[in-house]
Structure formats: C-alpha cells, structure tokens
Design a protein. Structure first.
Length: 105
C-alpha cells in the first residue's frame, strides 16, 4: 500500500476537499496524485505557505513552509517571481532523508 500524508493540516487544507493519509494500490498512482495535490495547494490555497511533496518510496509527505512576506514597496508582480525569490524548493527531492516513521528503506 502507498500513502500520501499531509504533514501539517493548515486552515486552507482543512477547508478543502483534499483528504489526508490517502492510500493507493500502486506507486505510480500515489506519485501522480501527490503531484496534482501539491500543485493545487500551491495555486489555490491562501498563499501563506509553500507546499512540497517529498517522495519516500512507499509514502509521499507533503510539507509546508511559510512563504516570505513582502512590503507593498517590493516590486514582486507574479507568483513566478515569488518562487524565484524564495529559498524554498517546490517539488520532489529524492535526495532528502526520510523521517524514521516514513517506512521504506
């Protein structure tokens, strides 16, 4: 069994129709759904957090970090610029060490 886990359920997540701890029969289904969820959360939630799906073989954990805030004087015009100016990496990071309760290797 393969699982997608939302690490921290923010207020936007709780208001959404997205379920936590979803289970899948195949790894491919889990990865595809995790990519969709990560994208939806980053595009449709309130922009307080960045969401990053991290693959741990039989589990994907979607983590969140607080987005940086900008003053009205900053010339940030698009979401692409916000991402480019951030130190947060959005996407799967196969090199990251899994937490001890993530299962797998």
């Amino acid at each position: 069994m393969y699982t997608i886990e939302i690490e921290k359920e923010c207020a936007c997540f709780k208001k959404s129709d997205i379920k936590n701890n979803m289970e899948f029969e195949t790894r491919e289904d889990m990865i595809n759904k995790a990519r969709v969820i990560e994208c939806l959360m980053n595009q449709n939630f309130c922009m307080t957090h960045y969401f990053q799906a991290v693959d741990y073989n039989d589990k994907v954990i979607i983590r969140s970090t607080v987005r940086p805030t900008y003053d009205d004087d900053d010339d940030v015009e698009t979401a692409n610029e916000l991402v480019r100016n951030s130190s947060v990496v959005i996407g799967f990071d196969a090199g990251e060490k899994p937490p001890k309760d993530a299962g797998g290797n």
